[in-house]
Design a protein around this ligand. Structure first.
Ligand SMILES: *Cc1c(COP(=O)(O)O)cnc(C)c1O
Length: 379
């Protein structure tokens, strides 16, 4: 089945009791049993809910995986993955990644005795150097946030192979339309469904997709035991979002390409970070593992003064100043004070994230309007 057909039909069957073409929102906490242990597959909504089941199947299908699990947020999905580990285990993670994941690792799990090594994975050899006999997980995020580096997923999974090391890829930035980590050998694909899957900035949610039955059972056990499950209405919203993912992503990619080139040609812009440029350091890897380059773009102005930065990010009229990404509307963000403020400044600078960096999530509005808006804001 081709992708467009799959995205529209994934996980959904007409409701058997009514014929409703859209999956009903099963707003219920419990399910009546005819006798102890005799029920219709559901006993309590933390363990399972039919709206969530439909969404979990959809997530699995669109990521080319066997099993999906939905969580109440993207970080709750990441939290579940780390809970597969025990004290003494070690994790190798990207040094450039979502600030909230870094905070979860360094401020919550570090004190439980799990050790995290942050390495620059643009060169996969750096990973081999950090592996030891306690390494249990490699955490990849690509494209990286906010510097838009590209990590070669197949190269990472080749390193982990036969070493009893799991590879989890945070695929939020690419979405399943542009990249499918399981096809490249990863064990788990993770999403903040809040972003492109939902697509309309109206829900917080996360998901994990995997092929291995034992891994699914272990993660389902954590989902049920720790309880970070999404409600049925939120599951419905993400199911609806997935139906238009391919159409939105096509426009995101077209707009992203136009805006990236516009910024690069702008006399006041010093540098633009976007994996679609031929001279992006890992452009060839991006071309190989992605089906397009997306619409996440970061840039720096020639004038690096904090005043100019503040003026530019505060004066766009269509593009809203806000955290998050992946919605139909364009957003502008200042990582150092917003999305990445939870990473210490020295750590950010060491990884190349300057205070003057601006990140854009280009939406699906008319590209000319977006470029005119940026032009007047940059001035
Ligand atoms: C937003 C985001 C997360 C966290 O997801 P939430 O839904 O906000 O909890 C994780 N990874 C990436 C790349 C993100 O953009």
């Amino acid at each position: 089945m081709k992708q467009a057909t799959k995205f529209i039909h994934a996980g959904t069957e007409p409701d058997p009791s009514t014929g409703a073409i859209m999956t009903p929102i099963f707003q219920t906490s419990t399910y009546v049993q005819s006798a102890p242990e005799v029920h219709k597959g559901y006993d309590y909504s933390r363990a399972g809910n039919p709206t969530r089941t439909a969404l979990e199947s959809a997530c699995a299908e669109i990521e080319n995986g066997k099993y999906g699990l939905a969580f109440s947020s993207g970080v709750a999905a990441a939290d579940a993955v780390i809970k597969l580990l025990k004290p003494g285990d070690e994790v190798i993670a990207s040094n450039d990644m979502y600030g909230g994941t870094y905070r979860l690792f360094s401020k919550v799990f570090d004190k439980f005795g799990i050790k995290f090594h942050y390495v620059n994975m643009s060169d996969a050899d750096n990973i081999s150097a950090a592996i030891n006999d306690k390494t249990r997980l490699i955490w990849v995020e690509t494209p990286t946030n906010p510097l838009m580096n590209i990590i070669d997923i197949a190269a990472v999974t080749a390193i982990a192979k036969n070493q009893n090391i799991l590879v989890c890829v945070d695929n939020t930035f690419a979405s399943p339309y542009l990249q499918n980590p399981l096809d490249l050998g990863a064990d788990i694909a993770m999403h903040s469904s809040t972003k492109y899957l939902g697509g309309h900035s109206d829900v917080i949610q996360g998901c994990l997709v995997m092929n291995d039955k034992q891994l699914q059972e272990d993660l389902f056990f954590i989902q049920k035991s720790c309880g970070a499950v999404p409600g049925p209405q939120d599951c419905f919203l993400v199911l609806r979002g997935i139906k238009t993912l391919h159409v939105r992503m096509q426009r995101h990619c077209e707009n992203g390409e136009k805006v990236a080139h516009f910024l690069r040609n702008h006399p006041k812009v010093a540098k633009v970070y976007w994996p679609g440029f031929n001279d992006h350091p890992n452009h060839e890897v991006a071309k190989r593992q992605m089906h397009g380059f997306g619409s996440m773009i970061s840039f720096e102005l020639k004038d690096e003064s904090p005043e100019t930065l503040k003026k530019v990010v505060s004066s766009t009229k269509i593009i809203a100043l806000a955290e998050s990404l992946g919605g139909v509307e364009s957003l502008i963000n200042h990582p150092a004070t917003m999305t990445h403020a939870s990473i210490p400044r020295e750590e950010r600078l060491k990884n190349g994230l300057k205070d003057s960096l601006i990140r854009l999530s280009i939406g699906i509005e008319d590209a000319d309007d977006l470029m005119a808006d940026l032009d007047q804001a940059i001035g």
